[in-house]
Design a protein around this ligand. Sequence first.
Ligand code: BGC
Length: 768
Amino acid sequence: MAKVADKYFETHPWKIIERGFNPSYSRVSEAIFALSNESLGLRGYFDEDEEGLDSLRGSYINGVYEYEDLQNSYKGIINRRHFMIPTVDWLKTKIKVDGKRLNLAINKFENFTRILDMEAGTLERSFVWRTKTGKALKITFLRFLDMLHPERAYQRLTLEALNFSGEIELETGLSFHLEHEMKEENFWNPVRRSTGDNSCAIQCRTTYSGQEVFAAAQVSVSVPVTTQGMEHGRLVKLGVSLPVDQGKPIEIDKSVVVLFDETERDELWLSGQKLFEKAQAVSLGEALAAQRKYWKEHWSTSDIQIMSADDSVRECVEQEQQGIRFCIFQMAQTYRGGHEKHNIGAKGLTGEAYNGHAFWDTEACCLPFYLFTNPIAAKSLLMFRYNTLGQAKKRSRMLDCEGACYPVATLNGEEACNLWQHASLQPQPSTAVAYGIWHYVHLTGDVDFLWEYGAEMLIEISRYLKSRANQNPKTKKYGYYGVMGPDEFKLMVNNNAYTNYMGMRSLQYAVEALAMMQREKPARYEDLTIKTELTPEEIAVWQEYADNMYIPRTEEGLIEQNDGFFELPHTDINAIHMSEFPLYSNWSYDRIYRTDMIKQPDVLMLLYLYNSTFSLEEKRVNYEYYEPRTIHESSLSPSIHSVLACELSKMDEAVKFFGYATRLDLDNYNRNTREGLHTTSIAMAWINIVYGFGGLRSDGDVLAFAPRMPERWGEVKFSLTYKERLIGVSIQKDKTKFSLRYGDPLDLQIYGNPYVLNKKGIEVATSQ
Ligand code: BGC
């Protein structure tokens, strides 16, 4: 954990501020300043041309991808892979003064600031351009992606001539010229274009996946001008000559619609035009006011506030405050439950790394954040899995199994991971989906979801889990052989405890849920058994597998991560030098696999997910054994350790692991933020505070809390949306208060004791 902060941005409670431009940090800034509204995603790249700067012009659309075919004839290994591609660059702007183009790579400029405002969901960049002819032009770009209308995006350009009056030439347009950086290829082919009075539109189609995207822009200028439309290949644009008077700023507002859906070519153009007409009725100013309102409402139920204990730690705590708000902002803008065909890529929509793919991270790491801040979004994420059940069933056949095997990495439900040792050996996406269904139903009480969608997924997952399991010929116990658990440093192991345990719990849950459905919804149950050809005998077999699943445990409660783990040679992880990280680049793959070094929590993940099932002593024994062997090569890892360390009263360790959770990307701890944000790890920062220091446990019969505060905090406050209620929690050094901001009274458990939370609230002494 010897990772160090690379501090670059100013600390502010609600803003991320870059003052002065550092070209060598440009890609990190682009990731940090990324905007999204779930449908559209945009790195913080410059609006104007930036030839010569190190930049990744990433403008993405959730669900838009391209295919590549892979040569391979081994069954079970994929031979077609999809990956997210850059789409329309709707910011495209060219500014010319005295015939020379603005480009910060070569121009002289001063007073550069870039500000992400998390209360407004906007990004603003301003600077003064000093031209070779001695002119000073103040340029401000503002952009935002409409949170309420996922197809709408806005850019405002403000120009203020500081020491001259004259003409400025401007071109602004929509361009499908962006190349996929890793493939060095542009995948777009023009289908249709148009330009009109102050507006332009274009539709393009991808080469292999055949997806089409429509984009249109309207430009309005605060002084009278005439625009000239231009069309060429993958580009449409409007040119205008702007008369500027010294000291009088002019504004150029660009309202954009970007639409992707599965409809046919002409239909998409028509529906795009209709949405564009509607968007044109709203001014940028009105859209901005609505955007602020949206974020205000969001923060009123989802904020986490951290106050410092005293002045000596104020700076550090202010950084944590900014950090956690950044994490919450990213989670809320990346996904809000707008579309059941969207998921959350490991890097959200902030870069090409990980290809935009969603992993088991969605259910294992992100779901709790949405369950307690936006349950509609949580349901929508599970609906993605329901809508892609067909692909998961196909995948299972490819692996010679039955039922549904959910993909390790995906954008559209198909498996897109071409590393066979992951794609073929990791059942955790499927068990994570089963866990997600259980957690969602458990926390929302939405049993209709279970009847309509969840039960069918559970049936197919159980079929997969049953067919993927084997029986030990001697002990007659069931288990998973030739698997890779969450610890990806153990390849092809037998009886990975996490996999066996999760398999067991998934099967058990399926059996219980179906029995409940048969009792409570017999007609629907009947339909489902016909649809899925389910028999009572099949359910009985699942029960038998669950009852006889092998979970290796010593008398002290130490769970062996997999068969033979305790006999593995030891690696002293503290002896590995910083320069050897990331290990996957510096150690050969097979060298990584040979010892007891662990990539990320495996047994400990289990203790975190099914927390209330394990005793404190079991947690202690396992934590003390596995923590010193864990290298945290995955950024999902430290927060899980922090949560368990809090529970075990190991506060120094809890704080140490928390250290970089909230500022993982803001301080570029892993030195790879330039590739994109660690979006799914960002969710772990929220978990670290709420489940760690708040001590929340959501897997028991009632919500349980056991708050513990880091020394440097004076108070931490957060809210939880739970079954039509809003619960407020305020933890201070000496006391913790729970309030019911709305909704009916609720049973809670606090430090193991039962309470009823009503309008009067609850106050308890905070455990030291
Ligand atoms: C982790 C996986 C995770 C993936 C995407 C890997 O490094 O080991 O558990 O699903 O990253 O975040």
